[in-house]
Design a protein around this ligand. Sequence first.
Ligand SMILES: [Zn+2]
Length: 399
Amino acid sequence: MRYISADYIYPIASRPIKNGVIAINDDGTITKVSPLSGIKVPKSEIEFFKGIICPGFINTHCHLELSHLRSKISKKSGMAGFIEQLIALRIGFSKTEIKTAIEKAEKEMIDNGVVAVGDISNTNKTFVQKAKRNLIYHTFIEVYNLKEKEAQKTFFKGMTLLSEYAELTGTEKMCAIVPHAPYTMSVGLLKQINFVSHELQSTITIHNQESKEESELFISQTGKLKDSFEKMGIKVSRIPLTGKNSIQSTLPYLKDAGKVLLVHNTYTSKEDIKFAKKLFTDFKKQLWFCTCPNANMYIENKLPDYNKFIEEKVNITVGTDSLASNKSLSILEELKTISIHFPEIPLQTLLTWATKNGADFLNLPELGTIEKGKKPGLVLLKNVKEMKITKETKAMRLL
Ligand SMILES: [Zn+2]
């Protein structure tokens, strides 16, 4: 039995406890969380840490397979510039370089307090590492194709990759086929994913409104993304000219899935949030919005307006995106960026996004909160000033 205490415990399921104590049995399960007065053991048996203890972090959006691209893409290139550089970097890396970068990135996540990851896979490059089960992964097999005639073919290619994943990792539940982004999907492919996701009640994700240009493709078929697509020989005319922005053109095709996570949402307006909420019977159980602030700053130099999402009471989670658009895979670094730009958001709210909400989205009830019977992992946050995460705050994994 271990007894761990700190200046404050943030159980997330309840209010912070000053000088709280967490009792943990030998297999890491929490047996009690209480104020110091509720624990009947000598003080010498309690390990005390200076700082705040919160549950392990859940990274709901990552592309572990792109870890070898750290610092390879120039910052603030915009979405079109980012995609062009990413495609040019597809070749030129050895299998060993890619494998080593994946191992290193995973270790980095573990060290900085991440306990579970929602990870996008376009290839099988991360499967062997994921099969080691160092971290809990929910793998999203991502597909894209604008050609209507190839919808079935593309979906089945995704199915083949999914089967390979399920076989290698021994998990059939923690994976799904997901759409890449509104502007890379044919309607047929979206419908196919919606149908299967409904049948299996899957948990799915889609990149959403990461750039302003993606909506221009649906409204007027103009802009920088259009120019980039044409340079790559992609027919932009395949994108339906709906006159509406990307989320309003696409999300109605995905409303029957079990759970949907919209990733980025940098340009999502209050009207868009209201539109998305209305599509679902119970948006609290079906709809999530993931923010990846450091990737947004890296690519677009812009952040979502979090207050709109808070006002609309939607579920928010936090992701790191990949090392192609981020200098680290650290949830704390993401929270720092939000906290610096939006100091009015309370620490309890930020930590809820980074822990409980991610666990709820990924169907991991044993994680996300510090409560009796759970095994959430524990993270110590040092140098939190006046209940605010600052540039100096550090995360240390305790469990
Ligand atoms: Zn992404």
